[in-house]
Design a protein around this ligand. Structure first.
Ligand SMILES: O=C(O)CCC(=O)C(=O)O
Ligand SMILES: [Fe+2]
Length: 270
């Protein structure tokens, strides 16, 4: 049936229902096809390697507004390439099957939530001293019980940003939207915001791009105004992860060329 043939709101409602049902069926097809179990097994065997090689670099520290960068997370071997490829392939596969343009897919709809959660628990919050260091560094608020990792909650998405000339006006796929998060007309997160998580991990997976650096601000939300300047800008590199407290104001500068794919995870303790 063509939209032009629809005469009343009943027919429109029916069409919408049909489209939704079709999308649900496609999502079920994705669930049946997805190779995530295999991937989970493969990657889980590398937790030890990853844990040993992570390097932390302090970029900015101001009470609760701290920013770290983690480099060499994956030991310089093929683990990162393999992990990022699996995540990127998963997103393209989800997009192919459902017909939804990939701008940002939620980890929940991709069925990636438990893999990423176990990665965070097994690599990131594995050691009590690291958790304490995160508290001392101001990334985690002192009242947070860092021992409670069994119940930590994660939300997140895999974000695919392109340069403005590639027509990404339509945000069809935005599933998870952090409070106060701003998206410009190109689908880029450019408005200054704080994530409201306890800690945010932002891992650059690919592909190749210019621009798209992360700008961080030292102000509290109430102190920030349009004249506030960033305390520093981080040019994200593939394979590096920025880690910051959910209190830290930040924004993403527009992508000038290419495609930037990032895994953004908001971690919240109970
Ligand atoms: O694009 C990014 O790297 C970060 C996006 C962001 O700040 C957010 O999703 O909260
Ligand atoms: Fe953010």
């Amino acid at each position: 049936m063509l939209i032009s043939e629809l005469k009343d709101s009943d027919s429109i409602a029916k069409l919408v229902e049909l489209q939704q049902r079709e999308l649900e069926e496609k999502k079920q097809m994705y669930d049946q096809n997805c190779q995530l179990l295999e991937m989970t097994d493969k990657i889980s065997m590398r937790w030890d390697d990853m844990w040993k090689t992570m390097k932390w670099e302090k970029l900015y520290w101001d009470k609760r507004k701290s920013v770290y960068q983690v480099t060499q997370m994956f030991g310089g071997d093929d683990t990162f390439a393999e992990m990022s490829k699996q995540i990127i392939d998963t997103c393209y596969q989800y997009s192919d099957i459902t017909g939804i343009e990939w701008i940002d897919f939620g980890l929940d709809e991709l069925r990636l939530e438990s893999l990423i959660a176990s990665w965070i628990k097994n690599v990131f919050f594995r050691d009590q001293s690291l958790k304490q260091a995160l508290t001392d560094a101001g990334i985690l608020a002192p009242e947070i019980d860092v021992g409670a990792t069994a119940n930590l909650k994660i939300k997140g998405f895999v974000l695919r940003e392109q340069a403005a000339d590639q027509n990404l006006n339509d945000l069809k796929a935005f599933v998870y939207q952090a409070k106060g998060l701003g998206l410009n007309e190109n689908g880029a997160v450019t408005t200054v915001h704080a994530d409201g998580s306890h800690i945010t991990l932002d891992l650059c997976l690919g592909e190749s791009f210019e621009g798209g650096s992360l700008s961080f601000f030292s102000q509290d939300r109430s102190e920030y105004d349009s004249t506030s300047l960033p305390v520093f800008q981080l040019q994200h590199q593939i394979g590096h992860m920025s880690v910051f407290s959910g209190e830290t104001l930040h924004c993403v500068e527009p992508i000038r060329s290419g495609v930037r794919i990032n895994l953004v995870v908001f971690v919240t303790f109970p």
